[in-house]
Design a binder for this molecule. Structure first.
Ligand code: BGP
Length: 487
């Protein structure tokens, strides 16, 4: 039925905020009983085009475990939120945050992943964080696993390659669902579940990598199936513990365009888009899409499923769909050259778009396109839980950071979000990525800064950790105060 008024703006209870991940924020990597995460053994990139999240070997794991110093950079990951959380949350509150997306580091709760009992000091830390957020009426949005599988599960059973990891995950989720049932309302199961296509960081298995031999693909998609089952069972488990919980999936959305109107290129772009939406098809619709059967057949992939797995997927559909959006890419029918534009934008450069310092192609309109695509396909509430500009920030002579480039990036993306809302998209909230400078996931660098708040620390982990508001801090405060009108 035609309605006289299309939505004119963001909902009154729109969840404005910011997003982080424990393994990139907290530090305190070996304190109060915490075990190592898989994220803490990835190598640091030396070239902005290098993608370090999958570059892991059994040797690099041994090195990371043997080195107890705080200087081994990957293990230092973070800006010591572990000791600064009250100060940092007060700064988020000063900007007027309505929500704050964060992750619980699984091995803070179960250091080895298969411990008989949880680590009380780890549970107490997150109690303190949630209580601090509650002081300012900031709604936590909690990611259960943000590349933070206990490293011991990799060594013991090769992470998600082993079906027994499902039970370990569910013991962890049951523990935190029950502990925080009255403090947390919004949960996300796996961060960027399509990151399994990045190998180790998604699967937690040293045997999966970026190669695409049928044998490696079999490993990757079997590990992914275990994650799909774990996610569906966690959704069901969460709803049984608190029927009010809203539990979402989380996708790294890769908006892509055909290189030319040549139908070959258009078909290649459609194929790439299905390869991205496959993950949300399973988690939102509750079943494997037919087009994946063709892919599995052509690569001789035979998923080992338990008899009730398909029913589990059907009964464990998520309540909302969250996603990260940074850039768009170009897809052609021709194989991409080696000179990839950036460390996550493989393929050809889009001549109509600017590129970030790390080669990511900046495309605000692509966000509106993605919002319409996801809403049209799934008809569940959408939540943008990552969007931001990683850049090299300089401290000016006046001692300030004038990050107009970040304000411009965010403004243009919020403008397109508002257009999508007018298009009729049901958008729950927006937690920009990295409200405070933290460690880059793909390169382990500190110098790739996203924040409204600058942190004095360099790529080697040196610095005072002093926090400093950038120009974008007060800009975002206005955006939230005006519910997205004053940009
Ligand atoms: C996403 C991750 C985040 C965040 C973001 C930015 O893939 O979910 O953890 O890191 O990418 O990427 P980067 O930190 O590499 O700039």
């Amino acid at each position: 039925m035609y309605k006289e008024q299309a939505p004119t703006g963001f909902k009154p209870d729109f969840l404005w905020g910011g997003a982080t991940a424990a393994n990139q924020l907290e530090g305190g990597w070996n304190l109060d009983g915490k075990g190592l995460t898989t994220a803490e053994v990835v190598k640091k990139a030396t070239d902005r085009k290098v993608f370090s999240m999958s570059d892991v070997s059994k040797e690099s794991i041994k090195e990371a475990i043997a080195d107890k110093s705080d200087t081994n950079y990957p293990k230092r990951r973070g800006v010591d939120f572990y000791h600064h959380y009250k100060e940092d949350i007060a700064l988020f509150a000063e900007m007027g945050f309505k929500s704050y997306r964060m992750s619980i580091a699984w091995p803070r709760i179960f250091p080895n992943g298969d411990d008989a009992e949880p680590n009380e000091k780890g549970l107490a830390f997150y109690d303190d964080v949630f209580d601090e957020l509650a002081k300012y009426d900031i709604e936590p949005v909690v990611t259960l696993s943000h590349y933070e599988m206990p490293l011991h599960l990799t060594q013991k059973q090769n992470g998600w390659a082993s079906r027994s990891t499902i039970d370990d995950f569910l013991k962890y989720t049951e523990t935190v669902f029950k502990r925080y049932r009255d403090k947390v309302h919004y949960w996300l199961t796996f961060n960027e579940i399509n990151s399994t296509t990045f190998g180790f960081i998604g699967s937690g298995s040293v045997d999966t990598d970026l190669s695409t031999t049928d044998e490696k693909l079999q490993l990757r998609y079997q590990a992914l199936h275990h994650q799909f089952v774990a996610s569906a069972l966690a959704v069901k488990q969460g709803h049984e513990i608190n029927s009010e919980f809203e539990i979402g999936s989380m996708l790294a959305r890769t908006q892509t365009y055909p290189a030319t109107p040549n139908p070959e290129d258009v078909r290649a772009a459609q194929d790439a888009d299905q390869a991205n939406l496959f993950y949300t098809d399973v988690q939102v619709r509750g079943e494997y899409p037919e087009y994946m059967n063709r892919f599995f057949n052509e690569h001789y992939i035979v998923l080992q499923m338990a008899p009730d797995d398909e029913q589990i997927l059907r009964e464990g559909k998520v309540d909302f769909l969250s996603f990260s959006y940074y850039m768009s890419t170009v897809t052609s029918n021709q194989p991409a050259g080696d000179d990839s534009v950036g460390n996550m934008t493989f393929g050809e450069k889009n001549p109509y778009l600017e590129t970030s310092d790390w080669g990511w192609q900046i495309d605000p309109i692509g966000l509106r396109i993605s919002l319409n695509t996801l809403w049209d396909r799934y008809r569940v509430p959408l939540f943008i839980v990552e969007n931001g500009l990683g850049a090299v920030d300089q401290i000016s002579e006046d001692g300030q950071i004038h990050d107009q480039y970040r304000i411009d990036y965010l403004r243009k993306h919020i403008e397109q979000m508002a257009e999508a809302v007018k298009d009729g998209v049901d958008l729950m909230g927006y937690t920009m990525w990295g409200p405070i400078d933290i460690i880059s996931a793909s390169t382990s660098e500190m110098s790739k800064r996203y924040g409204f708040i600058y942190v004095d620390q360099d790529d080697e982990g040196n610095g005072t950790l002093k926090r400093l508001k950038k120009d974008s801090f007060n800009w975002y405060k206005k955006v939230i105060a005006s519910n997205g009108i004053d940009l």
